[in-house]
Write a protein that binds this ligand. Structure first.
Ligand code: IVH
Length: 681
């Protein structure tokens, strides 16, 4: 028997698999990644480690064993004669050395010679030459099937349509199509002049350019190519065939293909490590993006002996470079006002390309952070993208600080409404004090209508903006007395969309008390505290009547939250708002202390609810589960005890069937709530 997975491991493994598949798809198939590659790699490493520690949970089809990227159906499909494999990654020098040791061990402790190449950040393609002429070019796709991009590749000047003498009758060349940094910069300069949105980064631009439906567009993009591998070879060209990888590279160069001159053959692995570090230090000197160094076993016969897994060859590894840091000028420190009135300082930067995209602004979080980092307008600062997509200013380069530089001071008035900015004692954040600041008004309404709150479909940022600007709303209370006749006159509001909005607002009237309290955006009140308050007091009115001590008596709530809730309830505009909501019929009741009363028959169970139930709302159903000791997660996994399906529950049902999770209708659910038993038990 394998190791029993810890409770959290399975959930995390499933989450990571989902995330990796999603980002893989964005990166490989749609050419529009949302996170830096380094973050993606971090997820893969975490998943790999978790799967290694929980072998029971390793499944066929996990993204750790797949090559990313499926094909889109816009080009003809090409089946690769030899699969286009991916590369395993080493994220630090220990992993790199461990790989070399594994290889050496497999070879009976005789270390091979190595070739180090740059890992180009572009798009892998396979070029097929027959009798020296290029007859086909294909993307990697899923490694077995790619897209036929022959017409587009034919426009790339660097790729010869005919090879020099000496090519075998069939030769498949594999390499990377990329866009140089200088081409990318120039392309974006021209686009900006023409008022067109600039491209995000060279890699995606290269991929997008190669997959243009019209090859004439590809032709204008000045793409480049590095050859680094051969695929199928049939026959010979009459000369001496290469027997090593470095000879192969030279041979490809002699045939007229572009081969990068930074490839280097080394016999001592310590030199490989030194080389890798040297590349890391000089990556910015190159006119093309790289994201690592590929180390390959040089001897082709030894490569053959080592072989490949389904995903990647054993004879090569990609050492991934760590997240990038760049310097740029901090032009100005400005303050943005958040939906809750929070004033957040952020740095306006001279645009700099870092970690895969151009960064022109970065948050500085709060006044203390600006002080701790000691960044000032005019400073040269170090910028990094790590951990998530959010760029970070690490600090100033003090040696470059202008002589007349002065520390930045937090502004005293709100940049939106001009009211006073105040930093409450003991808090890190600063706030705009004007309740009617337009940014706050819009923010409160957006939050009220958002998914986890009152969940009003079709009440997004743009519409809130429109309704507030047109004077239809000044606070959330106005949602329930909207003038739909006027809305029907606005552009883009047909009969159906007005009716949909009306229906969505009507549906929101049924949200339980916890959701309403969360929607009202009391300081420090997230969904958990909102639910606790709802269970403890049962109605807005009773919470309004409670004194600070009574609120503080609720388990889990401390004096800060208690007095903040109390103050909020008793501020004049809020009390008025609650009154108006009540008058509009928004006054939900929650059953107090249900938790203690209900028999805990669902302890240890995870019951997911999907679709619309006849007898109770989704939130009510979830409350019924949690109040009986169960959990009600938002998605189905192998750990789910049962899935309750109401009308319209589609994708979760399919997942439950796939995983063999019992599916319950409302009657079976009612029985489960009463007895804790599943059908057939
Ligand atoms: S060799 C069977 N060499 O990295 C091994 N790949 O992460 C084939 N890449 O799909 C790949 N530079 O798109 C190789 N010098 C290089 C490379 C390189 C970039 C890309 C290639 C591959 C991906 C794997």
């Amino acid at each position: 028997m394998g190791i029993r997975p810890v409770e959290g491991a399975l959930a995390r493994i499933e989450e990571l698999r989902e995330l990796i598949r999603h980002h893989n798809e964005l990166y490989h198939t749609l050419d529009s990644p949302q996170i830096p590659n380094a973050d993606f790699d971090t997820m893969v490493v975490e998943l790999r480690d978790l799967e290694a520690a929980n072998p029971d949970l390793a499944v066929h089809g996990s993204p750790t064993s797949d090559v990313g990227g499926r094909t889109l159906n816009t080009f003809d499909e090409v089946t690769h004669t030899l699969p286009m494999r991916s590369l395993d990654n080493a994220f630090d020098l220990d992993e790199l050395r461990a790989w070399a040791e594994r290889v050496t061990k497999r070879l009976g402790e005789v270390p091979p010679a190595w070739v180090c190449e740059l890992k180009f950040d572009g798009l892998a393609v396979s070029l097929r030459y027959e009798d020296g002429l290029m007859v086909q070019a294909a993307t990697r796709g899923d490694g077995r099937n790619g897209e036929d991009v022959t017409a587009n590749v034919a426009t790339i000047a660097e790729i010869p349509s005919a090879l020099a003498a000496g090519a075998p009758p069939v030769l498949e060349v594999r390499g990377e199509v990329y866009m140089s940094k200088s081409t990318f910069t120039e392309l974006n300069r021209v686009r900006e002049e023409a008022d067109e949105k600039p491209f995000a980064n060279p890699r995606n631009t290269a991929a997008g350019s190669l997959r243009q439906k019209d090859p004439a567009v590809t032709a204008t993009r000045d793409l480049s190519f590095w050859a680094y591998q051969v695929g199928e070879v049939v026959g010979d060209g009459g000369g001496t065939e290469p027997t090593t990888h470095h000879e192969t590279l030279r041979w490809l160069g002699d045939l007229g293909l572009p081969v990068n001159d930074r490839a280097i053959r080394l016999t001592d692995f310590d030199d490989v490590v030194t080389h890798v570090l040297a590349v890391e230090a000089s990556r910015h000197d190159l006119d093309y993006e790289i994201d690592g160094v590929v180390v390959k076993v040089d001897d082709l016969a030894i490569q053959e002996e080592l072989g490949s897994t389904a995903r990647a060859p054993r004879w090569a590894i990609a050492y991934k470079l760590p997240p990038e840091e760049r310097t740029t000028r901090l032009l100005e420190i400005e303050v943005s006002i958040g939906p809750g009135g929070q004033a957040t300082p952020f740095a306006r930067l001279e645009p700099v390309f870092v970690g895969g995209s151009t960064v022109a602004a970065a948050t500085l979080h709060n006044a203390d952070q600006v002080g701790i980092k000691d960044v000032r307008p005019g400073d040269t600062v170090i910028v990094r993208k790590a951990g998530d997509v959010i760029p970070e200013v690490l600090g100033p380069v003090l040696s470059e600080r202008p002589e007349d530089s002065v520390p930045w001071e937090f502004p005293t008035s709100c940049p939106v409404c001009g009211s006073r900015l105040v930093r409450p004692e003991g808090e890190a954040a600063t706030f705009c004090t004007d309740f009617s600041c337009p940014r706050q008004v819009r923010g409160r309404i957006e939050h009220f209508a958002s998914r986890g709150a009152m969940d009003i479909d079709g009440f997004g940022e743009a519409r809130v903006d429109l309704f507030v600007t047109e004077g239809l709303m000044a606070d959330v209370g106005d949602i329930y007395s909207l003038d739909f006749d006027r809305i029907a006159e606005f552009d883009g509001f047909g009969e159906t969309s007005v009716q949909n909005l009306r229906d969505a607002i009507t549906r929101s009237r049924q949200r339980p008390l916890g959701r309403l309290l969360f929607a009202l955006r009391l300081p420090h009140v997230g969904t958990t505290v909102a639910d606790q308050l709802a269970q403890a007091f049962g109605s807005v009115g009773r919470l309004e009547d409670a004194c600070v001590e009574e609120i503080e008596a609720v388990e889990g709530l401390g004096p800060v939250i208690a007095s903040s809730v109390h103050d909020w309830m008793h501020s004049k505009p809020n009390a008025g708002l609650l009154e108006r909501l009540r008058a509009a019929g928004i006054d939900p009741e929650a059953s107090v202390s249900k938790t203690e009363d209900a028999p805990q028959v669902l302890e240890g169970m995870a019951v997911v609810v999907t679709g619309t139930l006849d007898e109770m709302g989704r939130d009510e159903a979830k409350e019924a589960i949690t109040s009986r000791g169960g959990r009600s997660p938002g998605s189905v996994s192998a750990k789910t005890t049962a899935l309750v399906v109401g009308a319209g529950g589609g994708s979760k049902l399919a997942r439950a069937k796939q995983l063999g999770v019992p599916v319950l209708d409302e009657a079976a659910f009612a029985r489960l709530l009463e007895t804790g038993k599943l059908p057939g038990q």
